[in-house]
Design a protein around this ligand. Sequence first.
Ligand code: PHE
Length: 340
Amino acid sequence: MFEKVEEYKKLLQDAKASTRDELEQFRMKFISKKSVVSELFNDFRNVPNEQKKAFGQALNELKNQAQEKFQTLVDALDSAGPDMSEVVDMTLPNIPGETGSIHPLTITRNKIIEIFERMGFNVASGPEIEEDFYNFTALNFPENHPAREMQDTFFIEKGPDKVLRTHTSNVQARLMEGNTPPFRSIMPGRVYRNEAISARAHCFFHQVEGLYVDKNVGFKDLKDTVYHFVRELFGADTKVRFRPSYFPFTEPSAEIDISCFICGGKGCNVCKGTTWVEIGGCGMVDPNVLKSCGIDPEEYTGFAFGMGIERITMLKYQINDLRLFSENDVRFLKQFEGTF
Ligand code: PHE
């Protein structure tokens, strides 16, 4: 026992610490709860009674010596300035971080907003988790419409129903309700449908809705607006075709097709040989919709349209798989910066 104390005293005398790591090793060995000094204190009860006094004294001396030495080492290190092993060399060249790029869907959305803003449209938005009323009822969907089935729509709550909006047309209803025309807005946003994911379908995608309600708005205004938009976005030679269709909230309704600018009218795999590609739906706002939003259809008329942002982006850049937009592969995503 006594030899050990002497041995440690000797070790303490010679101990050095030229770095913080070495100082920490010293602390562990001589000061901490698991130090050799603590171990000796634990052995105290095994010392024969007649030696206890002398051993206790020797132990306390060792303890004090360890603490003094520790303080000396700390002071020495502190006055020596920073430990060179921990200093950061500020003159080393930086490792450059990757700069991000704008997502292709955002590029398309911004371009669409820019074109419509020049025509006097402002931008409106609405919730993606939506009450049945705004997504369906206010838009003249009958009670038994197939879009209200679980296979087509994601229901969040039943009775009263809440859904993930299936289109951006909910914002039309929210915009009109409680306000008075004129309305001239576009409404870009994310929409959800309960579909199996493939190259051409996804459980979510983006649309941009347009709504124009005022006195004396006619189908001609709708056509002019769409013509102008398409030519601005796809080029002055692009032709537009309105193909009769049906939507519960517009009457009459049409699909908007544009001439295939990829093959220029020769027929290709994008237009599937038809020379036309569909970009969205449109129509004159159904008087029932105006009424359910508190607007007098005798006084006001309007048109609405909805287009797929993915669809437009895929056509513009000839992208053939919808899933690429949400896979977050930067090799795909960073190719679009500065285009359009
Ligand atoms: N909401 C329709 C859809 O999702 C598109 C549309 C919007 C059609 C506005 C007409 C008027 O398919």
